[in-house]
Structure formats: structure tokens, C-alpha cells
Ligand binder design. Sequence first.
Ligand code: SF4
Length: 316
Amino acid sequence: MKCYMGVDIGSISTKGVIIDEDHQILASQYLWTKGNPIDAVKKLITELKKQIDEKKIEIWGIGTTGSARKLIGAMLGANIVKNEITAHAVGTLSLHPDVRTIFEIGGQDSKIILLEDGIVVDYAMNTLCAAGTGSFLSSQAERLGVAVEDFGDIALKAKKPTKIAARCTVFAESDLVHKMQIGYSKEDIIAGLCKSVAQNYLNNVGKGKKIKGPVIFQGGVSKNIGVKKAFEEEIGMEVIVDENGHLMGALGVAILASKKPFDKKFNFSITEDTFETKGIECHKCPNHCEIICVRKNKELIDAWGNRCDNGIIFKK
Ligand code: SF4
């Protein structure tokens, strides 16, 4: 059976899916990138392989998205390398064709995508400040001595959520310590944090955007029911969290890859190959471009970063 793989590789997490020709998810995996995208993708492919019958399933197209999409695209010989906005929009539309607004809060960044009749009409991303993202919530959970997975349920038990200044991680941390010292309950502090995350998102990444329903909330933070509830209170409408919300980017690029298949099937033995990346400075002109070279088993397979064709040392 002809199938397709999508990989969404971010700085915090790596997600992958295998889909069939009807875009049904046959296998999926979520794991931590741990600062090593090449190793993370090797592990991802090993895990995906365990979930399928290799004799029956052949991969005829691969798409990559996320911050390390180019590197992983080169590594896997992907036929589609797409930005996160397109990938998330395509993936979400395949499951929710009438979606008008996508809230996405990941490990280190957040984005908003507005759609009309299945087309992206506006978007915004926040990659500069970690306040309100998954890594911010994880560090606050650690400070409070609770598992971040329990944040949502604890927040729902709050009687009087306190206000936390979450505009910036430094302010939020000092405000949180202050609230702990003056005796607020953990439940009220955590509910306050969830509310601040939603408000911070709407006032920054969502600033000036006209939010229309259906609204789908995805990314790692969408698993936090406290933040979902806070969003619903802020915008006054239902916020939908899909159980596959964390896979939307991977699903989107897998669907895009299915539209432009390879001329030969993907070989899973790629997990045994060695890959390395190296930055080389071009000195042919004063621009001194840093050219990133990707080698597979010592052989150069891709390179990018040059601002002109003269400095190209390898071209696909
Ligand atoms: S790649 Fe081109 S622009 Fe960049 S340093 Fe080399 S010659 Fe200059």
C-alpha cells in the first residue's frame, strides 16, 4: 500500500505520522528533540516502523516542517519541505474543514492562523519570547513542585485565580514567587498562570486579529485544560482541542507529500546511515556567508546559506 510520512521537527519536540492515500493516520510518534534533530528523527523513524507492517506499507513521499525542516528534509530526501503555517493549516483543514482560527502554542513559540474558505488569509508568529509557551509552563511547574501534565486539572480546582504578570518570563517568575510568599494556594496560582498564558497570547500573537469560530487550539500547551478554559473565557466561544492536535504539522506535510510522490519508495535503513552537519564560511566576497553542509556517510548531500550562486559548493 502506498503511504506517506510527515515529520514536524521543532527545538523541543519531534512529531511524525505515516498516512495512507485517504490521509488516515496509520502510525504516529511524539518524542523530545533533545537538541539533536538527526538522532531524534532516527528514533522517530524506528518507532514509526514498529507500528506498521513493512511488507504491506511502502513510503512513497516524505514531507518535513518545523525549525529543522531543511536539515531533516535533506537527511530524509524529502519531496516537500514546508513552513509551519502551511503545514498546520493543511493538517487542521483535513480534520476540521470549517476551521476559521488556529491557536498554536508549542514548546518555544506560538502562532495564530486565520482561514477563510479553507485558505490562509492571515497569520502571526511569536518566536522571540518564551513567556506563555510550553517551556515557560514547564519551568513554572518545576518551581511549584508539580508535574506540568497536572497543571490543567489543578487549575480547574482554583477558587479565585490570582493574576500573574506573564508578559515576560523574568516578570512572571518574580511575580509567581511573590504570590507564593504571600500565601496564595497552588491551585489559584496555577489557574492564574493559565489565564496569563491565554491573555499574553491574545495580546501579542493575536493582537489585532479578528478571531472567528470554529477555533482549534493545538501544540503541546493545548493539552493543558486550564489554558483551554482560559481561552474560552477570554474570547467567549468554544475552543476545540483535537486529540491529534500535536500531530497537525506532521499530518499537513504528509498530505502535501502525497500530492507529489517519489519515483521510488523510501528505504527505512536510513536509520543506519551516519549524518553530520558543518558550517563553512565562504570567503569569495566580503559577505562571508555561512554555508551549512549536510553529509550522509561522509558524502555531501545538501548545502545552503549562500547569498549568491558563485559561492555554491554543492547544488542538488
Ligand atoms: S556565497 Fe556568494 S555572497 Fe556569499 S560569500 Fe560566497 S561569494 Fe559572497
